[in-house]
Design a binder for this molecule. Sequence first.
Ligand code: ADP
Length: 283
Amino acid sequence: ELVEKNEAVEIARQSLSLKARELEVTSQYKSAFLANMSHELRTPLNSVLILAKLLADNKLNNLTTKQIEYANVIYKSGNDLLELINDILDLAKIEAGHIDLHQEPVPVKTILRDLTQLFTVVAEEKKVQLITTIHESVPAEIVTDRLRVEQILKNLLSNAFKFTPAGGHITLNFSIEPHSPLLTRAELRQEKSLLTISVADTGIGIPVDKQQLIFEAFQQVDGSTSRKYGGTGLGLSISRELIKRLGGEITLQSEEDRGSTFTIWLPLSGWHSKETPQESLQE
Ligand code: ADP
């Protein structure tokens, strides 16, 4: 009887691993399809953009005001579409494991300087104050992929500015923390302390029932076509995937009408993925 039971368990195990392999292959096909499609879409779109810009700038000197206005709309919509395509391509590549990380010692001050340079003008325009702080416990350098970390923080800061009305403030804070019960990644719990970078805003906040959902691709709190805020709903899923690849995690604390704090947790001395690399994607 025991032998029979063992056999049954073995069969179940094999069929499960077959299913897992099937799923993996399907997901690879999906990513490859998205990557190829994005490439095919970008080429003709670039021609549309170049010519629309030519008309919008009235380079031919014979257009009416209305025609210039329409050319501007074509140019702006084309750019929105290009941004969407780039985001989809980025997410597909990250999900397929097809991104190279360049982890090296990075001065924390460099990351902070790059971001302040980018967002000072936005802060002035939106009349929202940007405060930056580095806790004294943070080492001068961390090992990570600077461009990817900046990409994640740009996403978080753009959202913070988008969803915070004039008069509010946004705080970008670097700190060192022991691991928190909010973290689910077992490997992170083995680190003694972690670098945290948080983006806190005094904006509209996120309802509790949407706080998990918004990390999924294309999900927004207001999913209606008449929504007030633009965007693709891809920024947070791209950020979450990138953070995973960097060995970290992202957590969110938010209250409606009070504001949101997104925190990224990163190992201080870089990360070398233990996942098996998947087949490469054509770009
Ligand atoms: P996008 O900003 O392009 O819509 P994201 O994936 O970056 O895409 O964000 C998904 C959704 O999460 C947003 O549309 C918004 O509903 C919500 N969200 C993200 N950041 C904030 C924030 N700081 N305050 C309020 N809502 C936010």
